[in-house]
Design a protein around this ligand. Structure first.
Ligand SMILES: [Zn+2]
Length: 127
């Protein structure tokens, strides 16, 4: 499974894989159903509603460490400022959904500490 993040951004269609596409993980077509991860933003005020097009959906998974410079933290932007404010990621089975979520956590773990060089450069610059 090779997935490049963010999966969706900007003016992409909110639905992944979209019509005719296969499972995000194994590319199997959806024959008898699918598992999904659906999320987004809503805005509803008593006196005014805004156009959905003004909403930007995001989905960020990460780890926040204890260092103030975030050198022991990391994260993955799965969906970044997707116009329309919502998205659906679809999988052929709960097994593929589980594999996707587990791989996502793997990506978060890989990203932790990637700011170490930045942190050590800041330490050198400090008086
Ligand atoms: Zn699948």
């Amino acid at each position: 499974m090779i997935i490049r993040f963010p999966l969706l951004s900007g003016n992409d269609d909110y639905n992944l894989p979209g019509k005719g596409g296969g499972c995000i993980v194994c590319n199997t077509s959806f024959r008898s159903g699918f598992a999904y991860l659906s999320a987004g933003a809503t805005y509803d005020h008593l006196e005014s509603r805004i156009d959905d097009k003004e909403l930007g959906a995001f989905f960020h998974v990460g780890y926040h460490g204890s260092h103030s410079d975030m050198s022991d933290s990391g994260g993955v932007e799965v969906v970044k400022d997707l116009k329309g404010g919502q998205f659906d990621l679809q999988f052929c089975s709960t097994s593929c959904l589980r594999q996707f979520l587990s791989s996502l956590v793997d990506e978060v773990e890989k990203s932790i500490g990637q700011n170490k060089e930045v942190a050590s450069e800041k330490e050198k610059e400090a008086p």
